[in-house]
Write a protein that binds this ligand. Structure first.
Ligand code: PBG
Length: 338
């Protein structure tokens, strides 16, 4: 019998208290319990600043750590041992004493179209010109403006249930909204998915880390690192590290209009490579930089290096100017609102 790595018997998992966050955390709890039955894993949930603020568009927040900071403080203080996040919401730079552990298999990474109840459109291409699409994501807004300029875009905030209710309300301005497949699938709302969006059928790429869970631990916590390795999935971890390295290198943070699509592909020589499609689009959809590359990625270091390579290629294709323009507009806005 393998020897137990620690005398600690109970581990506390921190999470936001939204339905989706709790559901995801219960999945991690169950996987850990199965892999390490001799230990107990209890859940501590907390509403974060991000949950409490549902009126302001996300991109207008100046602090990037809306969803993560308060839980990180509790972990650094030792009150929780690990934190389960939607990886998409985890900033690319973590506090120096925190790291992400090995990642569990990723859920579907794509965005999806959800059409208002009672309407029969089957795809983005079928939505009539002038219809309103609900999204508060600058990435979705920019890509829609580029590929579907005939559609109007309007903010829709709140958790998944709230957004669906806003879509379906009788006096709703929206014909459809765009959401991540993962959240709907985890909440067993797959019936609401009208169309899965990808590079081939709609040209819509997803957010860095989308569909994956980020499990954050204290950097020195070798024991939890070892425990998480047992439930981790190398292909997911490496793809997500590469995506996050790309975003970090572009320095766009969560408000960058960056879309990605990673996939493990066979090279003509039979090797397994990580392929990354990536796009940076200006908010009005008029400028666009895009790059597709693949590389032999077999370690965290090579995943990070690949992300940097893709970032440099995107900048060479014009991404730098697009991001700079967005940054300048943001600074101008902040000055006005003071
Ligand atoms: N930004 C909010 C958010 N963060 C994580 C998810 C769920 C899907 C995931 O795990 O990526 C969502 C909702 C959405 O974008 O539709």
């Amino acid at each position: 019998m393998a020897s137990a790595p620690t005398a600690q018997k109970t581990f506390t998992i921190g999470t936001r208290s939204s339905k989706l966050a709790l559901f995801q955390t219960e999945q991690v709890q169950a996987a850990l319990k199965k892999a390490w039955p001799e230990y107990d894993f209890k859940i501590f949930s907390k509403e974060t600043a991000g949950d409490l603020n549902t009126t302001i568009a996300l991109r207008d927040f100046t602090t990037k750590n809306l969803w993560t900071e308060e839980l990180e403080e509790l972990m650094i203080a030792g009150q929780v041992d690990l934190i389960v996040h939607s990886l998409k919401d985890v900033p690319t730079l973590l506090p120096s004493s925190c790291v992400l552990g090995p990642m569990m298999p990723r859920e579907d990474n794509r965005d999806v179209l959800v059409v208002k109840q009672g309407l029969s459109y089957k795809s983005l291409a079928e939505i009539p010109a002038g219809s309103v699409v609900g999204t508060s994501s600058i990435r979705r807004t920019a890509q829609l403006a580029r590929k579907y300029p005939q559609l109007k875009i309007q903010d829709v905030r709140g958790n998944i249930g709230t957004r669906l209710a806003k879509l379906d309300a009788e006096d709703s301005p929206y014909t459809c909204i765009i959401l991540a497949a993962a959240g709907l699938l985890r909440l067993e709302l797959q019936d609401r998915i009208t169309q899965y969006l990808d590079s081939k059928n709609s040209g819509m790429l997803y957010a860095v880390g989308q569909g994956a869970l980020g499990i954050e631990i204290r950097k020195e916590d070798q024991i939890l690192h070892e425990m998480l390795s047992k439930i981790g999935h190398q292909d997911t971890t490496l793809a997500c590290l590469a995506e996050r390295s790309l975003l970090r290198t572009l320095e766009g943070g969560c408000s960058a209009p960056l879309g990605v699509e990673t996939e493990w592909v066979r090279t003509p020589e039979g090797a397994k490579n990580l392929q990354m499609r990536s796009v940076v689009v200006s908010v009005d959809g008029k400028e666009c930089a895009q790059v597709t590359l693949d590389a032999d990625v077999s370690s965290a270091a090579s995943a990070e290096a690949f992300g940097v390579t893709v970032a440099k290629a995107l900048v060479a294709d014009g991404a730098g100017a697009i991001l700079e323009a967005i940054q300048q507009e943001k600074v101008a806005k902040e000055n006005v609102s003071v």
